[in-house]
Structure formats: C-alpha cells, structure tokens
Design a protein around this ligand. Sequence first.
Ligand SMILES: Cc1cc2nc3c(=O)[nH]c(=O)nc-3n(C[C@H](O)[C@H](O)[C@H](O)COP(=O)(O)O)c2cc1C
Length: 336
Amino acid sequence: MDLSTGYMGLALRNPLVASPSPLSHTLDGIRRLADGGVGAIVMFSLFEEQLRERAERTYRLVDEPAESFPEALGYFPSVAGEDVGPGGYLDLLERAVSAVGIPVIASLNGVTPESWTGYARAMQDAGAAAIELNIYYFPADPEISGPDVEQRHVEVFQRVKAAVTVPVAVKLKPYFSSPGAIALRLDEAGADGLVLFNRFLYPDIDLDRLAVRPMVDLSSPADARLPRTWIALLRGKVRASLAATTGVEVPADLVSYLLAGADVVMTTSALLRHGPQYATELLDGLSSWMRHKGFQTVDELRGKLSAPDITDRAAYERAGYVTAMRAANAGGYAPW
Ligand SMILES: Cc1cc2nc3c(=O)[nH]c(=O)nc-3n(C[C@H](O)[C@H](O)[C@H](O)COP(=O)(O)O)c2cc1C
C-alpha cells in the first residue's frame, strides 16, 4: 500500500500530520510523534504575545488550569513555564529537525503584520520545512469590518511570504462571511497551503466563582463536517495544498477527509486522547480501508467525493440543507 503523498511540495511518507499541540512542546514529544508514524509534524505556535511578554512580562492568556483537560494548558504555554519564547522555540525546532526524519513545520501566531516576518525567517533558518501561519485573529471590536479582517489575513500572509523561501500555509478560521472567497484571495496571493479550520476557544462561565473561565476542549468527529464541506468545495478551485484539521478520531474520519479532497489530514485531539502512537492505528485503518476498496495509492482516492467531481454538487450547498431538514422533519427528528 502506497501512502506517500505531497503537501506544499514536501514529500511525506503518508498524509497524516500531527497538528500543533502540547505534544510538540518537548523534543521527546516530537520524537514520539515521529515514531507514531505521522508524515509530518506542525509544532505548537510561537505566540506574538509571548514575544511581547519578553519585554513586558505582563501578558497572560491562561492564568489557571482549564479544568476540562489538563493538556489544554499547553495551548497558550504559561509564561512562567518552559522556555517557549523565541530562543527556546527556535532551539527546539532546530533539535527537532535533526532528530526526526520527517518534515517539521513551524507555526507562528501573530497579531500585527509587523511582528511576523523576523520570526518567520528565523524559523526558516532553524530548519523549518515550511511555516504555518496561525492567524488567530478575533475581531472583538464591533467597529472592525469584515473586509478589514480579510485584508489583515492577506497582508500577514504577503509579508511572511516575501520574507521566506520555504512554503507558507495559512491556518484559517471558518468565521468569514465567505470562507471560499478568502481562500481564493490567499491562493491568488500565493499561499502554498490552506489549513481548514482552526478551532477558536470561547471562555465558559464559572457559576461558583462568578467568573469567566478560559476553556480548551477537544473535538469530536461531528466537528469535521464544516471543514470537510469546505475542502470538498475548494478542491480543484485552488492551487494551494489543502490541509484538513478538526475532528479526526477514527480512521473513517481520515478517509472521509481524503475523499473530500484534503492533501493532508491533521490531528491533535485524537493524539492527545490516545497518545502519539495512536497515529499508527489511524494509518493502519486507512491502509485496510484502501485494501478493502481496491485503492493502491492515496492519490487514487483523494478528492473522489469533492464537490466538482460528483454529480450532485448541490448536496454540499443549499439543496443539501433543505433536503436534510426535510428528512429530519419526516423522521420526526425536529419539533418545528
Ligand atoms: C491543547 C491544544 C493546543 C493547541 N495548540 C495549538 C497551537 O499552538 N497552534 C495552533 O495553530 N493550533 C493549536 N491547536 C489547535 C490544533 O492544532 C487543531 O487545529 C485543533 O485542535 C483541531 O484539530 P483536532 O480536532 O484534531 O483537535 C491546539 C489544540 C489543542 C486542543
């Protein structure tokens, strides 16, 4: 069975990629991810806040454990924790690159366009095979318009792209009025990869303490439907590689993303739940499904159910919604 594949011009032994998580906070964790069998690793993000914090020592996004899941603390590594500032990050990246025989992609999470380029270049110099831009931009100010938000994404991408020679991917959130339009804009601007979609973290309310509580929770397979739909719609419409992120729990989720048209499929929650070695199980499941269905290579099955290739493209769009609602009503599922 040939699982080898390409992502942004990088040769990967298989299409399963470890997406950013606390599992890549240490060299041991990175080695365990590689030993688990993934085709590439995207390291956790270097956060602009941490870069600023070096100077200010004031910024703290997570000030106490997120009770839902202890590993969740790692999303925004505590400033008092290990050295995940630029020096520590670049050092870990360099050691990771020489320790594992698979591509290591660095992830950068900035806010302002100015802050991105220097670190992107330093990541490239440290051996990153590519750079993923985690544009975790939440326009909390209602005065910020949709076009402004889009423009920021494009500007950040363009600045970084101009500063490095390695491939650059953009990890997008789903909250655009037209996610397809921003994907096309970034593609036209030269994005090498589009990662669909980032999961935003919304705080919970702590009723005992009457306080707002930061939360990071893990995904479930149902969360995969939104990114999968957009991957299916964008397949064949963009030159950029498409990476799926969110909701891969069992091999069927990995297969479904590939059928929708993903070049690679990323996973974090499943590896946090079951450990880095769980990648082997996901890949074994992919291989046995391919064997069962008579596929020899990943290329043969990729995009088989993407929107442009199937006759019923409308099933992905409005008609699909209406049909689903009719079926739900007919089955007595919905009370309306
Ligand atoms: C504990 C935790 C830490 C994460 N850290 C990062 C990060 O540093 N950078 C990033 O781009 N995404 C981060 N993510 C998001 C994941 O990379 C991934 O995109 C998201 O969890 C959806 O994939 P999943 O359903 O497989 O978990 C984190 C997610 C979790 C749960």
